[in-house]
Write a protein that binds this ligand. Structure first.
Ligand code: UD1
Length: 344
């Protein structure tokens, strides 16, 4: 099998996807600057991967904005790279509001310099990490890929711009591109060896809950119970990170089987939104650990609800998420319990 380049392959979604792709037999070059990830994640991936997979994994410490680093990555495998999975980027909404230039630089500039390097090396196939936040503040659900995308913060704006840059390469150069719009990926590999490792106090609901369960944080803060939702708390479409990782393998196969210019844009979720309180209850059921919480005012920038239409991914790729909310909770907890300080 021809080798693939995985940018940001040491991160949360990247590391789980690298494992799935090694299991599928691919040779991989991971390019990561470890800005928000640890090289240990890739050591753990190799423990879980089939014997001898270390021969098929090349790791380059480098930056996706740097042409020299990209050239090193494209030269790291024995055969030419035939496809890219582009995870590398920054993903914190509030940080993007405070540091917009950083987001335009890393997320759009990184995609631009990657596309440049792909053109230099004759590689014309890419699976891109996009986000459900490109839909802005939607009011009609489920969200279909053809609905308007009025992103409201630099994080989503830079992801949408990168989608558009890659779409232009499909039209002008006949590239094959999949933009995958992730809803809320959570959980961990069931082994508990790899998982999400946020820096400092988590912003996101799931790692916050697992840290309360571990006793690292005292009580969950529920941001708002006066939303126009069933129980008043925010609703999101949470999906298991292993389902998400598998979707990348399927999207790659879809593009690799095509010779003609191809552009697909797909939501990746379960199609079912869950409230904050539903997640808390599922976690308590799955682990037997009570999660004490206080209700606080709404968090600035949060939307009431996100829920994917998952029909397009099912029709085009034959992919649908299969793991339950309870599995997301028990697998996320197994990781947190075994690694109270993440990879540190
Ligand atoms: C956030 C980002 C999104 C990013 C995703 C993954 C925002 C507005 N969106 O999604 O762009 O792709 O993380 O990194 O930041 N909640 C609590 N208490 C908490 C944390 C969260 O009640 O301590 C609630 C939120 O109000 C929300 C839900 O839980 O209703 C999910 O929040 P979170 O896990 O942060 O994800 P998003 O905000 O959807």
């Amino acid at each position: 099998m021809a080798p693939l380049l995985i940018t940001g392959g040491a991160g949360f979604i990247g590391s789980h996807t690298v494992l799935v792709l090694l299991e599928a037999g691919h040779e991989l070059v991971v390019l990561d600057n470890f800005a928000n990830s640890s090289p240990l994640a890739l050591d753990r991936v190799l423990e879980l991967a089939p014997a001898g997979a270390d021969q098929r994994l090349h790791v380059i410490d480098g930056d996706v904005r740097c042409a020299e680093d990209l050239d090193r990555a494209f030269a790291a495998a024995a055969a030419p790279i035939t496809g890219v999975v582009h995870f590398a980027g920054r993903k914190a909404v509030r940080e993007s509001v405070e540091q917009p230039l950083l987001y335009w630089d890393v997320n759009l500039g990184g995609t631009r310099s990657l596309a440049d390097a792909m053109a230099r090396h004759g590689c014309e196939l890419v699976v891109f990490s996009s986000t459900a936040t490109v839909y802005g503040e939607p009011e009609v659900f489920p969200l279909v890929e053809t609905m308007p995308t009025p992103p409201v913060h630099p994080y989503a704006q830079t992801k949408l711009a990168a989608e558009q840059l890659l779409a232009a390469m499909v039209r002008s150069r006949g590239w094959r591109v999949a933009a995958l719009r992730y809803f809320n990926p959570v959980g961990a590999h069931p082994s508990g060896r790899i998982g999400e490792d946020p820096d400092g106090i988590p912003n996101n609901l799931f790692p916050y809950i697992t840290q309360v369960a571990a006793g690292r944080l005292e009580r969950l803060r529920v941001f708002g119970d006066d939303y126009p939702t069933a129980d008043g708390t925010g609703e999101r479409d949470y999906l298991h990170v292993m389902d998400l990782a598998e979707a990348h393998a399927v999207a790659l196969d879809y593009l690799l089987q095509r010779a003609e210019a191809t552009q697909i844009t797909l939501n990746l979720g379960t199609g079912r939104a869950r409230s904050v309180l539903e997640v808390v209850q599922a976690f308590e059921r799955a682990t037997g650990i009570p999660i004490p919480y206080d209700v606080l005012p709404r968090r600035a920038g949060d939307v009431p609800k996100l829920e994917a239409s998952v029909q397009a991914a099912a029709q085009l790729l034959g992919w649908q998420a299969s793991r339950s909310l309870e599995q997301m909770c028990s697998d996320g907890w197994a990781w947190q319990r075994a690694n109270p300080n993440g990879y540190r």
